[in-house]
Structure formats: structure tokens, C-alpha cells
Design a protein around this ligand. Structure first.
Ligand code: PLP
Length: 399
């Protein structure tokens, strides 16, 4: 079927965090929400149908992921990512962030260091800090057009090889949390980049927690490499987090899964999984329908997002040249360098909210390297994106 991503659908008064919290979070009811990673497109019809069917049976008791769901995931990962996964490697959780917290607890000790590469999805920080571990930043670097990982910086962090007289130190880092594709800078890491990262991690005894929730949201021309497909050795040293939530816009169903090929890691992860937090029956139904019948939707979505990214990039380059846009290769998140406006963090926040009347994510929440940036969610009907960009252009024109 043909999906109409141009259609604007009213989402207010549906307990939508994106739409119903605008006034509370951003101060203005009329701010256009291009913030939290939730798309303004309805879920695919087969998903809606599966949920309808499940809801019609009026028993919502304790449930478990059925075999057919495991089969759908195994098939999807093979078909779309060339990854052969065994059913028993898959462990469900009530969302990727939920799983990350468990993994940090399972695979490190209080007081350990956990490496993250900011600017990055900020719940990584809380998963580390709230479990009594310490953050170690290996900041991404940019040449002004594209971000890359700082491998020399990572080695220096781990082995105390830093210049500038830093004394060598034994690392207490046990984990690295990778965001692949990377929210918010939009990189789809190449096979070479991932191989280098995996080699450094293996040499220094770091386990990789690879958050690949955006792996299917690829802008035209991008190719995602699942970290665990690099080699069997890397697979044994990686815990991969995935979900249908971003790709098919069902994050409110709070269901995701980790793929853990190594039996011992799987057992340790399992010990941290407390109570009834393994997803839920609606999440199971939606995930299965999405992975079985979602290809058509995904192809059309990717084409639409590719056009939105192009629109965003062209608009900034030609009409707001004081800003600089990074278009994503993966994810639907644009990353906007606003440092050319010369505003401090609070001034920039006020400018975006009060003057431009936009609800965006402030760059500084993504950690070091995010100051002076804004994250723009491009997954909305083009008319809404156009309106947002015109508001921004007009506001920039006033300063
Ligand atoms: C990189 C990344 N990981 C995880 C999540 C959230 O996943 P969940 O809602 O399954 O916890 C997001 C949502 O934006 C994300 O961008």
C-alpha cells in the first residue's frame, strides 16, 4: 500500500509526550515540536491491525514472547542485516534504556568507568551515573562536515598515552556504550570504523554495549554494519540492543530486545532482569507484525526521510547560512550548529523557544561537544518541517 507521510494528523490530547508536554517543557503551547525521537507518522497498517486484533481478545494477562516473534526477529536480522542470530540469544526488555541499565549493572562494578562518546543520547549518562559507575568521555571529533570517533583519544584514555604530560594510568573502564547509528550526530559508522573500535575494546578488555535502535532508519546511500557481524570474536564481546520502536514508531509500547551470543554474558544479564519488565503483549504483537510485514512501509519511509534531510540541509545552507546543518546518514535527527549566532546556552534555548517558537532538544544535554547545537527531529510531514524552518529563518533574521 501507499503510505501518505504528508498527512498531518492531530496528536494533541493523546498522552503524547511530544505534543502534550510542549507548554510544560518549552513554555509555549504554540511551539512546533521537533524534539523527542518519535515520528509524526502513523505506525504501519499491519501493526495497527495486529494491535486491534490482540485488543479484541479481552484478556490481557501475563504473557511471554511467542516463538513466532523470535522467528520474525531472526528472519528480519538475517534478511536486512545479514546477521544469523539464534533464538536463545534474544532477551526482551521494556525498552532499550531499561536494557542498558541492566547491562551496566550486570557487566561492571560500582565505581568502574564506562566510556561514552559524546555528544550522544543522554540516557547513556544516567544509565552509568545512576548505577554508581563513572563516565569517561571520548568525545567525537568533527571536521565541520562529518563526525568521526577519536581512536587516538580512546587509546590515550585507556592506556594513559595522552600527550600533555598526563601520567599513564591503569584504566578502570569495563564497558563502552556505542551508539550506532549515532544519535544525535547522525553518523552510520563504517565497517572500518567499527573494526578499529572493536579491536581497541578487545585489547583493553572492554565489553561493547552496542545500541543499534536506529539501524533500520537509513538515509539513502547509507549501509549499516551490525557491530556483532564483524567477527565471531567481536560478537562474543558485544551486547546489541534493538527494537522495532523507532523504525515503526511504536516507542510507547515499551518493548525491545538485546541480542547476546555469549552464554555467560546472557546468564549474567538475566540475573539483573527484575520482575515483569520484559516488554508486554502489545509490544510483542506490534514487533512481530512490523518485522513480518513492515518492509513496504520502511522503504517508503526512508525515501520520505531522505527528502526531508535534503530539504533541511538545503534550507539551512541557502536561507540560514549563519547556522550549519549536519544531515543524518542514519536516524531522522538533524544536528544544527548554532554557534554562529553567538548566543550562550541559556540565550540560545530562549531564542529557540521564545523567538522561533520551536521545541527542539538543546545540544548541551548530549554532553561535551553539544554546546551551541540544537537537535531537530526531521520525521514529520514536510509542511511541518517547512513551517519550522521558516520560523527559524525569521527568528535568526531578528538578531
Ligand atoms: C540511541 C537511542 N537509544 C535508545 C532510545 C530509547 O529507546 P527505548 O524507548 O526503547 O528505551 C532512543 C530514543 O530516542 C535512542 O535514540
Amino acid at each position: 500500500m501507499r503510505y501518505d507521510f504528508d498527512r498531518l494528523i492531530e496528536r494533541r490530547n493523546t498522552s503524547s509526550e511530544k505534543w502534550d508536554k510542549i507548554a510544560e517543557y518549552f513554555g509555549h503551547e504554540d511551539a512546533l515540536p521537533l524534539w523527542v525521537a518519535d515520528m509524526d507518522f502513523p505506525a504501519p497498517e499491519p501493526v495497527v491491525e495486529a494491535l486491534r486484533k490482540r485488543a479484541e481478545h479481552p484478556f490481557y494477562g501475563y504473557s511471554f514472547p511467542p516463538d513466532s516473534l523470535y522467528e520474525a526477529i531472526v528472519d528480519w536480522l538475517w534478511r536486512r542485516h545479514g546477521w544469523r542470530v539464534k533464538k536463545e540469544w534474544i532477551v526482551f526488555s521494556a525498552g532499550v534504556v531499561n536494557g542498558l541499565y541492566s547491562a551496566v549493572e550486570a557487566f561492571s562494578r560500582p565505581g568502574d568507568e564506562v566510556i561514552v562518546q559524546p555528544p550522544v543520547y543522554f540516557p547513556f549518562f544516567s544509565a552509568v551515573k545512576n548505577t554508581g559507575r563513572h563516565l569517561l568521555y571520548n568525545q567525537l571529533v568533527t571536521d565541520g562536515r562529518r563526525y568521526t570517533m577519536d581512536f587516538a583519544g580512546l587509546e590515550a584514555l585507556l592506556r594513559g598515552k595522552a600527550g600533555g604530560g598526563a601520567a599513564p594510568r591503569a584504566s578502570r573502564a569495563s564497558l563502552l556504550i556505542l551508539c550506532s547509528p549515532h544519535n544525535p550526530v547522525g553518523r552510520v559508522w563504517t565497517r572500518d570504523e567499527l573494526s578499529t573500535l572493536a579491536r581497541i575494546c578487545a585489547e583493553d578488555g572492554l565489553l561493547i554495549l552496542s545500541d543499534e535502535i536506529h539501524c533500520d532508519l537509513l538515509i539513502e546511500g547509507a549501509k549499516h554494519t551490525v557491530t556483532a557481524t564483524l567477527s565471531e570474536e567481536v560478537a562474543r564481546n558485544t551486547v546489541t540492543f534493538m527494537s522495532a520502536a523507532k523504525t515503526f514508531n511504536v516507542p510507547g509500547l515499551a518493548t525491545s530486545f538485546a541480542v547476546i551470543p555469549d552464554g555467560d554474558l546472557r546468564r549474567r544479564y538475566g540475573l539483573t532482569r527484575a520482575g515483569n519488565n520484559n516488554g508486554n503483549l502489545f509490544g510483542y504483537a506490534a514487533t512481530e507484525a512490523a518485522f513480518r510485514h513492515g518492509d513496504e512501509y520502511l522503504e517508503q519511509l526512508r525515501a520520505y526521510l531522505t527528502e526531508n534531510v535534503r530539504y533541511f540541509m538545503d534550507f539551512v545552507a541557502t536561507r540560514i547560512p549563519r547556522l550549519k546543518a549536519y544531515g543524518p546518514e542514519g536516524t531522522y535527527l538533524g544536528w544544527l550548529d548554532c554557534r554562529g549566532l553567538g548566543l550562550g546556552p541559556v540565550e540560545l534555548q530562549r531564542f529557540v523557544r521564545d523567538k522561533a517558537r520551536l521545541a527542539l532538544n538543546d545540544g548541551y544535554i548530549f554532553g561535551p561537544g553539544g554546546e551551541g547545537f540544537q537537535r531537530v527531529n526531521l520525521a514529520c510531514p514536510r509542511s511541518m518541517l517547512k513551517e519550522a524552518m521558516e520560523r527559524l529563518e525569521a527568528a535568526v533574521g531578528t538578531i
